[in-house]
Design a protein around this ligand. Structure first.
Ligand code: FES
Length: 270
């Protein structure tokens, strides 16, 4: 069993937990993820590593289905049955020059750890955070501390630019030379935003979030199409070249169990 040392609600349906898991924290690198089971009969869910502090790993997630609601319901001092990881390939961290990190919605969760690693590698780092409204904006202070410059966009204009993170990325690229971009957020946001860097041919990474089961390349549930080839996000990713990803195929696969998920959540709530 693994103890959740801290549990906070960040905004509507968005939670932050700190899990005591030294086997994860000892080896974790930016861009990797863990797979959690709340109980021994539970579903396995992949969640990105958001921060490491001593033996604690921070995970930020949105409660959307049965398992994430169950995880949100575990109080501080409570326990989960498993946390496997770190899994996946780390982010490609090296000295690029100027890097832009774009986080959308709960995808912002994994940006500080990548931003920090890029800074330590000697890069200038610009952060762009996008959210539905100011209430859904997370980790703004933390990113402001790490990044050389931080820009904010909200869909409703309640904070920062009234519009999308993609608009701000366009603006940054028009103003200065950008060498590498990371875009992490909902799949449709990653698809749209990565089009901004396609024509100027800026190296762009996205972190894919397909359905996963084992997280070790055995089950095939996380397969996605990159550069026309089948890849397993859990072992070949989760980060891939944004301009090579077949986002439509990914979105179609993400919808595969939607009805079952709705049914499971309804039963859990009864
Ligand atoms: Fe099973 Fe990736 S989650 S192969």
């Amino acid at each position: 069993m693994y103890i959740i040392e801290k549990s906070l609600k960040l905004s509507e349906n968005v939670y932050e937990i700190w899990v005591n898991a030294p086997h994860v924290t000892r080896n974790a690198k930016a861009g990797q993820f863990v797979i959690i089971r709340t109980d021994e009969n539970g579903e396995r869910i992949p969640l990105t590593i958001s921060k490491i502090s001593g033996d604690l790993v921070r995970i930020i997630f949105m409660a959307v289905g049965k398992t994430t609601h169950a995880l949100a319901a575990v109080p501080a001092g409570g326990a989960i049955s498993d946390i496997a990881g770190p899994l996946g390939c780390p982010s490609e961290v090296k000295k690029f020059g100027t890097c832009v990190l774009v986080g959308g919605g709960v995808g912002i969760a994994s940006t500080p750890v990548i931003a920090q690693a890029l800074k330590e590698a000697g890069n200038r780092v610009i952060g762009i955070l996008g959210a539905r409204n100011a209430d859904f904006l997370i980790l703004e202070d933390e990113m402001a501390e790490i990044c050389d410059k931080l820009l904010i966009a909200t869909d409703d204009g309640s904070k920062g630019h009234h519009g999308f993170a993609a608009d701000l990325l366009k603006q940054v690229i028009a103003e200065e030379k950008v060498d590498a971009v990371w875009i992490i957020g909902p799949t449709i946001m990653m698809k749209v935003t990565s089009n901004v860097t396609r024509e100027p041919k800026i190296k762009t990474f996205v972190s894919l979030n397909p359905i996963m089961v084992d997280g070790t390349g055995m089950c095939g549930s996380c397969r996605c199409v990159v550069d026309g080839k089948t890849k397993f996000a859990c072992v070949d990713g989760p980060e891939f070249d944004a301009h090579q990803v077949d986002f439509d195929n990914l979105m179609q696969r993400q919808r595969y169990y939607m009805e079952h998920e709705k049914e499971a959540l309804a039963q859990w709530k009864e």
